[in-house]
Ligand binder design. Structure first.
Ligand code: ARG
Length: 466
């Protein structure tokens, strides 16, 4: 064991120091330096309050604040290097401050612990990132609405069980995703409520005997209010878990959409062509153009779900208040922030630049039985019980399958032997365009209903901008 060199900020009660490899195991500076700016901002708020309340003198507070501001400028200019022997971002910053302004730096940590400090940094970091995520989601939602507006009248097969079910508007299909991403956005907005709280002043776990002003530091950092229980303040990571859960749901939605994009650009579907800027080639097969980016978004859902399960497992059974286990809360959060912010932009970029093969999409509803419901509804609307109509149409579909034709190819004479309710207007009824157009029911795929959804979405996005 090394003799304690007494450089550690907590070194007083130790006779021996950590061996290098043990020190490295405990250190978090390699990743928590991502919170450097927030750590400095939190310290600036804290020292301002210490000066205002007279816990330290105004002059001391000013010296410390000036030192912290210099560090912030140096950090932004990329002039700071961190040292693993200082363990984490908090102690690195404190020792850099000490090197800069001398022993007065030691007054900064009055009435504060790293436990409330780290929690404060995480709240500041995530609050800023939530804002960015909500903004990026608004852009993705706008992209979907614009594309849907362009494709209100584009017909495609609607699927159940991945089998042609009924023709729908492509705009309608896109608006389904708009709704998913809107709910995602609402979840992130709610997430802000639980992130917008200041743990600072909870100190190690029990609060402090110093006459601190927690409302002042909360205000200075732009938080809505302080946590009301000091134990909860230092040990709560729900706001991160909510973020990871919301991100998992978002990834699930993006993954579903990417799966469809992958299908749509396959030779079997040929509904869309992805732009070259979002596709890659194969090192062996010269003809290949692969939807790698969509596949990666689909694949990256795995790591985001993993980050959620990882932190849930860390938190399970953790006694109050702070435990070093909590240091494991960071990498999954950073990784998730980085994954979802890029994935949202990639998905929006793919959608904006893809070519939609409208004709082929529409044609593929003309060589199928996705108009069978139209024929059954036609008979039912003329008074035949729907069950009977269903049976008749089912038999006719079987007959057509055997004859190698579709319902629109059946001659009127044959139709009239099936039921005298059928007249010449049946062919218009069977057309995909008519089938889509007539689905006026609220939220249905009828063109007017799709336009109504788009109008509402536009209003909602405009309100969000104000
Ligand atoms: N690096 C630590 C973390 O991320 C900071 C808090 C350390 N507190 C302590 N009592 N060891 O959780």
């Amino acid at each position: 064991m090394n003799k304690n060199d007494n450089h550690k900020l907590w070194g007083g009660r130790f006779e021996a120091g950590l061996e290098k490899w043990v020190e490295e195991f405990g250190a978090s500076i390699s990743f928590d330096q991502k919170m450097a700016e927030f750590d400095l901002k939190g310290s600036i708020a804290h020292v301002t309050m210490l000066g205002e309340t007279g816990i330290i003198t105004k002059d001391e507070a000013d010296q410390i604040k000036a030192g912290l501001e210099e560090l912030l400028a140096e950090y932004k200019a990329g002039q700071i290097t961190f040292d693993v022997s200082n363990e984490d971002i908090h102690m690195n910053m404190e020792s850099l401050l000490t090197a800069k302004i001398g022993p007065v730096a030691g007054k900064l940590h009055t009435a504060r612990s790293r436990n409330d400090q780290v929690a404060t940094d995480m709240h500041l970091y995530l609050k800023a990132k939530l804002d960015e995520v909500i903004g990026k989601l608004a852009h993705l939602r706008e992209t979907l609405v614009d594309l849907a507006q362009e494709h209100v009248y584009t017909i495609m097969p609607g699927y159940t069980h991945l089998q042609h079910a009924q023709p729908i508007s492509f705009g309608h299909h896109l608006m389904a995703y708009y709704n998913m991403f809107t709910r995602d956005s609402e979840r992130f907005v709610f997430n802000v409520k639980h992130t917008d709280l200041s743990p600072l002043g909870a100190a190690a776990l029990a609060g402090t005997t110093f006459p601190i002003d927690r409302n002042m530091t909360a205000d200075l950092m732009g938080f809505a209010k302080p946590y009301s229980n000091s134990l909860d303040a230092v040990s709560d990571r729900d706001f991160i878990l909510e973020f990871l859960a919301n991100s998992s749901m978002l990834m699930m939605h993006m993954s579903r959409m990417c799966e469809e994009i992958i299908n749509w650009c396959s030779n079997e579907f040929q509904f869309i062509i992805l732009s070259d800027t979002f596709s890659t080639g194969s090192s062996i097969m010269p003809q290949k153009k692969n939807p790698d980016m969509a596949e990666l978004i689909r694949g990256k859902s795995g790591r985001v779900y993993g980050n959620l399960i990882g932190l849930l497992t860390v938190m399970k059974s953790l006694p109050l208040a702070y435990n070093k286990d909590l240091q494991e809360d960071k990498e999954g959060m950073f990784d998730t922030v980085e994954t979802i912010t890029v994935a949202i932009d990639i998905l929006a970029g793919m959608l904006k630049t893809m070519t939609v093969n409208k004709e082929h999409m529409a044609e593929s509803t003309e060589k199928d039985f996705s108009n069978a419901t139209e024929l059954a509804d036609y008979l039912a609307s003329k008074g035949l019980p729907f069950r009977q109509a269903h049976e008749i149409v089912g038999k006719l579909v079987l007959e057509c399958t055997k004859a190698g034709c579709y319902l629109q190819d059946v001659p009127l004479e044959r139709y009239q032997t099936i039921s005298d309710l059928i007249e010449a207007d049946i062919y218009d009824t069977l057309a995909s365009h008519t089938a889509v157009k007539r689905r006026h029911s609220l939220g249905g795929t009828g063109f007017d209903q799709v336009q109504w959804q788009i109008d509402q979405a536009k209003q909602c996005l405009a309100q969000q901008k104000d």
